[in-house]
Design a protein around this ligand. Sequence first.
Ligand code: NAD
Length: 487
Amino acid sequence: MRAQPKASHFINGTYVESPNGKAFQSIYPATTEVIAELHSADEATVDAAIAAAKEAQKVWAATDPITRGRVLLKAAELLRERNQELSELETLDTGKPIQETLVADAASGAECLEYFGGLTSTLTGEYIDLGGSFALTKREPLGVCAGIGAWNYPIQIACWKAAPALACGNALVFKPSEVTPLSALKLAEIMIEAGLPAGVFNVVQGFGDVGARLVSHDDVAKVSLTGSVPTGAKVAALAGEHLKKTTMELGGKSPLIIFDDADIENAVSAAINANFYSTGQVCSNGTRVFVHTTIKEAFLARLAERTGNAVLGDPMDEATSIGPLVSKAQFDKVLGYMKIGADEGARLICGGDRASVASLPEGYFVQPTVFADVKDDMRIATEEIFGPVMSVLDFDDEADVIARANDTAFGLAAGVFTKDIQRAHRVIDQLQAGTCWINTYNLTPVAMPFGGYKKSGMGRENGHAAIEYYSQIKSVYVEMGDVEAAF
Ligand code: NAD
């Protein structure tokens, strides 16, 4: 097996196996070849990871911030040096084209480690003058944090959780998605090589039950989940029962609104990026594309023409721009929605079916698909598909399109295309979404906080904002005079 790790888990600085845990496989979705066989962590393995993290966290929190930052910067450097190898692994595990993984996965993880590595010594408190006496605040770590990942950006998600957690002096136990378990183990190796004390970053594999054990464990202070809304509801409920702090990065059905004065070529580029990058498996995708009726047909014509230039093929070939979906389950789900769209009466502009790649007949390939004349209440316009299926909806009026864009339980992201700067800000101000773009889409630089409104999430990753979710403030009142008492 070409991507078999030394063992399933990485605990206290070393690979660990749990032969009694449920066996599962990692599949290369372009060929369905088994690339690795692993075991889910049994309870003793999860407990061992948390115990190692608990011990190591004390040492890490006591390490001076500059040294902590240096370790994160070194890890970023090592990720960059091994970008080719890590990108190939990510492509095997996810099926995403290498042209993407080379620039968007380990590379963005490295940026995140650099960003938070640079912040470690800036995490200071306040001096508060109380007139003679004073108070001070200290920013302290939470302790052991648990990270639970989705399968679409495995190493990026691991870094988006590890970098701020470790920068603040916490330890992390990370559970990757069972669909894409491999790259987090490589990150754990790199962390040790970068000088991170053993036990500060641990990886345990498994399904929802392993995640749930992490969430309910008494020694875990905080849980950060990246996943779907239904999983988020379960994890938040369990975390609530144990009064754990949470960050929830969940799903979306985000609007991309294109006004009649928009640059059509740029708007088409954004709609492509917002629906077909990573074969549509991106949480913040703008899958409801509202296009002003006066430019709709011109927009659709250019979109269909350019979508015809997509290169479906071998994900390891740098010319390939669309790879397979991640799994058979996702393949069946996305094909199901293509049929639902047709049955609901949406107008198929392009795609709409599975795709055949001659050299990879078993692969989970589907055609990039555009439906037009989509109505707000169609299932393709209301449910998260997580595949390359774009819904184009018409609008004429600004207030009306804002109301329709907001008419969803999700609130992850939104985009607006217009040359009118006042309109752009007026519309963005009214959109209920945590991350918004004006005249672009889906760019998520690490300095910009990322997260959802409404059911799309709680808390923020990235930017200074993330620090709030991986640290707690201790206030210290310092009395400089005498103590008064009633008797
Ligand atoms: P998922 O919800 O099925 O699984 C996510 C993770 O949760 C997995 O590791 C899974 O094992 C774990 N899990 C499942 N049940 C659990 C439970 N009861 N307790 C604890 N852990 C549990 O999501 P997925 O299919 O892996 O990923 C796709 C979803 O993730 C989409 O909805 C997508 O929008 C979302 N996503 C969100 C972001 C974001 O930043 N907002 C980023 C990527 C993906």
